[in-house]
Each structure stands twice: as C-alpha cells, then as structure tokens.
Design a protein around this ligand. Structure first.
Ligand code: SF4
Length: 455
C-alpha cells in the first residue's frame, strides 16, 4: 500500500512529482517524500503525513532538479516512523541512490540476516532497505549490480530508483503491484497508476512488464529482464478495491472492471427484491451503477462520505478506525426511510465497518438491508503489500456466512463468486490468495518473521 512516481529529464521534475503524489495519495497517507537530482547532486525531503502536509513551496524549490522520484507510504512492514519514510536515500559504491518501493519482500528477513552477518548496518526497519544493501554488495557496474540484487529478492516489488545520472523503474516477475510508463514531451514518467499521468498531462505508453527493469537515461530507454516469466500474479484487489477508478491498472479501466463486478453480482443476486441500490462510497460507486443497470433497480445515494478524513481501512488502530467510520459516512434519511435497500461494498475485512454502516442505515429508517460484496470472502492475510490483517482478525476466516450476516446486522449477505470476480478482472494471471489461500510464492511467513525480528 504505497504509491511511487518518477520523472526523468524534465526541468520541473520536483513540482510534477509533488503534484503526482496527490493523485497517488489514496495509496498511502502515513508519509510522503521526494528525491531529485540536479547536475549529479541528490536532494531529498521526507516527512510524516500526506503530501500537502509534508511539502511547502519552499521545500519544493529546494528540490529543483531535472529528475525526481516520489513516494507515498502506508507501512506494511516496518513501523510508521520517519526513518522508514521513502524515498530511502543511501550512499553506496555506485554513488548516492534514492529508492521508492511498493510491495512486500517475502524473503526480507533472510536477506537482512545475511547482510548483517556481513557487516551491513540498516537504518530503517523496512524490507525496502534490503534492496539498497544488496545493490551495494553486488558486483559489476550499477546496471549489473541491480540485476544481481533483484535476482536475490522474492515477493512483491514495484520500484523506482534515482541515481546521479539515470532513473530506473522495475517490477517483480509476478507483477503483483502495478507500474506504468508514460511520456511528457521528451521526458519519460513512471507511476503506480495512470491517474498521476493524466493529472500532469502525460500520455500513457504501457505497463512496465512483470520482471522488467527499465533504465531511463537522458530520455532513452534500456529494457532488461530479471528472469524468465513465471505465471503472472497481479493483485486482483488493486482492481476490486485499492486503485483509483480513473486509472488503467494491468491494462484495464478500473471503473469498467468495477461496473462489471457489480453487473455480475446483480446476476448472482437475482432473487433479492429491493427498492434501491446504493453504494458504500467511494469504491462501491461504479459497482453499484453496474448492479443497477443490470437489475433495473434504481441507483440511489444513501450514504454521503466526508472527504476531509482519511479512509478508514488504512488507519492503523482499531479504536481510530471505528471513530473514523462515524465521522466519514452519513446516511441520507430521506432516501432510506421505509426502503428495501441493496447495499454494495467491495469487501468485508473485520466486519466492524460494515456493522456500523448497517446500524446507521437502520437508524435512518431503512426497512431491509441486503448487502452485496463485489469480491469473495477474504479468508487469509496478504503478504504482498496490501494491509489486510492477520487471518485471525478476518471475519470470514472465523465465521460462517450466516454468522457474518448476523454480526453485521443485515437481512441477507451475498459475496460475488471467485469465478465472476476473476472474469470481471480479465480472466487469468491474477493473485487471489487472500480469497483462496493459494499463495503464488511459497514462503509468505517470511514477512511475519521479519516483522517479529525487527522492532
Ligand atoms: S493476497 Fe490478495 S491482496 Fe494480496 S496480492 Fe494477492 S490478491 Fe492482492
């Protein structure tokens, strides 16, 4: 749950990077940072909070340069602390490097232990720092050392790296997290999502391929493959929940996929009769539209979201999460009074948010609530960079369907089938491990061990 961005060979690189962080802000709100290069000199600034809090005009001016990378972070390994804010900047035998990472390395614990045994001193508790140390310990010139380093790491990584004279973008061979290439005039741009390209009027060229390292120097590209292609495992949850609907992710319009998820859900919920279909905003909106069009049940706005507090899913503590739901979503009594409602949401994690929403809809006068979820039950933790809690905290891992329905307090509860979700997402080549427990990389416990090992 992070967002990364980079632009090479542009006189206004830091300003454009700053703007792009706003477009990627939904991917992480704990810290933000930018590193830039001017005439071979690296400058950087990171801080806790969202981009608007971390950067002032003055700060951006100090980062002026012709290449820049940016990062917004939500911690999935390592604590929420300034030392873990990215881009991580480090002096190596290849000169000063800055690195931004989205994803989780599943063998980080092992790599860190080995490196520490060889004298490496880590400055953060993130898995991302391992990549910098591996780079420093690898042989050959920078390009060869990066390839050697990336062959040693496992798990999910989309990376952007800035050196004194080039920018590098790469994606793990499974392609868990998105990363796209765009162009603005003579400058290449890379971003977690296309929404940042649209914002700065850059054109979308293509995805960085899974397993591809793209070296970008003075507006020229060099593409290198990390390893032979395994089966792709793109995170289906990016399309269901995490990415912005105005982005193209894994070559698909997120908005179109979510409408399709809603349409398939309507087909699977044909027997439910209701007066209106309403989304849990914002991510449920396209799906509720798709549901409404298919079922011919009118679409209604029954919940209004306050945009002035952060999304609840990425609040680290349960106490804060529960308070935030009340602040965030208000029911519209006029729309709900005496109505049979179909409520569309993308997923149920712990169940506590859904329970609060259902309660507030009843208090506002809803007569019946039928909940439709545009993904299957989440039964297992994610080890590849999405902050789902441990399996014990996932309600669908602990309770049967009717127990979940009763806990939430709705009249009926319907999850979209796995087949329909994957069909809407585009078929094959997806990771669906949090729904199926079929992990594409065999050692997911490495991440937990890493978290235990590092305070
Ligand atoms: S386990 Fe779930 S959230 Fe994690 S990468 Fe796979 S599909 Fe995405």
């Amino acid at each position: 749950m992070c967002g990364i961005f980079g632009i090479e060979n542009h006189p206004d690189a830091a300003h454009l990077t700053y703007l792009s962080l706003f477009a990627l802000q939904h991917r992480g709100q704990e810290s933000a940072g930018i590193a830039s290069v001017l005439n071979g000199q690296m400058n950087s600034h990171t801080g806790m909070g969202i981009a608007a809090e971390v950067f002032s005009e003055k700060r951006i001016e100090k980062l002026s340069g012709t290449s820049a990378i940016g990062h917004v972070r939500y911690s999935t390994t390592g604590s929420s602390h300034i030392k873990n804010a990215q881009p991580l900047v480090s002096k190596t035998r290849h000169g000063v490097l800055a690195l931004g990472h989205n994803g989780n390395l599943t063998n980080a614990s092992e790599i860190r232990k080995n490196l520490e045994a060889r004298g490496a001193i880590f400055h953060s508790s993130t898995d991302s720092e391992s990549i910098l140390h591996l780079l420093a310990h690898s042989s050959g010139d920078f390009d060869e050392a990066l390839l050697e380093a990336l062959k040693k790491v496992e798990g999910a990584y989309s990376l952007v790296i800035l050196t004194r004279d080039q920018m590098i973008a790469c994606r793990d061979p499974y392609g868990f997290r998105p990363l796209v290439l765009g162009k603005l005039g003579d400058s290449y741009v890379v971003s977690s999502e296309t929404t940042a390209l649209s914002l700065i009027k850059a054109s979308y060229i293509r995805e960085i391929e899974p397993g591809e390292i793209l070296f970008i120097r003075q507006g020229k590209l060099k593409s290198v493959k990390i390893s032979p292609r395994p089966n792709f495992s793109r995170c289906v949850f990016e399309l269901v929940y995490f990415s912005r609907p105005d982005s193209v992710v894994f070559g698909k319009s997120v908005q179109a996929v979510r409408q399709e998820l809603g349409r398939f859900l309507a087909l699977e919920m044909k027997e439910v009769k209701a007066d209106l279909v309403m989304p849990v905003p914002d991510s449920g909106v396209p799906a509720a539209l798709g549901f409404s069009r298919e079922s011919k049940i009118p679409f209604e706005v029954g919940l209004v979201r306050s945009h002035y507090i952060s999304r609840t899913f990425i609040r680290p503590s349960q106490a804060l999460r529960e308070v935030a739901v009340d602040l965030k979503l208000s029911p519209v009594s006029e729309a709900l009074k005496g109505k049979k409602v179909i409520l569309i949401d993308d997923s149920i994690v712990r169940g506590t948010t859904s329970r609060k929403i259902a309660r507030s809809l009843r208090e506002a006068g809803a007569r019946e609530i039928h909940m439709g979820i545009t993904s299957p039950p989440i039964v297992s933790a994610c080890y590849y960079g999405i902050d789902t809690p441990k399996s014990e905290a996932l309600i669908a891992n602990q309770r049967e369907l009717d127990e979940i329905r009763d806990f939430i307090g709705v009249d009926s509860l319907h999850y979209l089938s796995l087949e329909a979700m994957l069909k809407a997402a585009g078929g094959t080549g997806f990771c669906d491990a949090c729904f199926t427990k079929k992990y594409p990389i065999k050692t997911p416990d490495e991440v937990l061990n890493f978290q235990k090992a590092v305070p």
